[in-house]
Design a protein around this ligand. Sequence first.
Ligand code: GRF
Length: 221
Amino acid sequence: MEKRRVAVLISGRGSNLMALMQAARRPSYPAEIALVLSNRAQAGGLLAAQQNAVPTAVVDHGRYGADRHQFEAAMQHVLEKARIELVCLAGFMRLLTPSFVAKWNGRMLNIHPALLPAFKGLDTHARALAAGVKVHGATVHFVAEEMDSGAIVAQAALAVHEDESAESLAARVLNLEHRIYPLALALVACGRAKLVGGRCVMAPAERDESVLIAPATELEK
Ligand code: GRF
């Protein structure tokens, strides 16, 4: 099986990167992590990549000042040199220009710590608690021009606890992220999930009847 060559773009600790690298170690996994690219030389995820013998590169956005096109041209050069086919943003904290997004249309994924389209942007867990939602979670989506708004590939949800802090919610959602990012990448890498006309189209699978009702009480049964 020919594995798709994937670059993971990070800015920080890289726990999603680690989940992807771990999944990609399975012989049957349809993608290999061929490059980890960071815009920050101090990103913790770079060390994790090196420990896994995954090639790394740093393209420091600071060197390009306000010139986002030059910054992205430098990233594109690194991606092309590594013959990258798919890009996964995993805690990559730079906004991308429409032309870079267009170049990778249908071939670039992002993970967001909320059930999109709710809670786009930052501080999702505190905002979810403030809104009083009973169900919260994580989303993997194709990257579109507008931030956190591309076609959804996979989502995972959990019940929000009554007495929960933003920190505990973040930790529980992060566990879900680590489960759905490898799943979503596998679906895209093997061609079962595709971006078609702005939507994510899935190859026929078994009908999913799973539901999550929150709060779970005996009154519902
Ligand atoms: C994750 O919560 C991800 O959803 C968001 O940024 C965070 C990155 O964490 N986009 P990590 O670097 O993967 O640990």
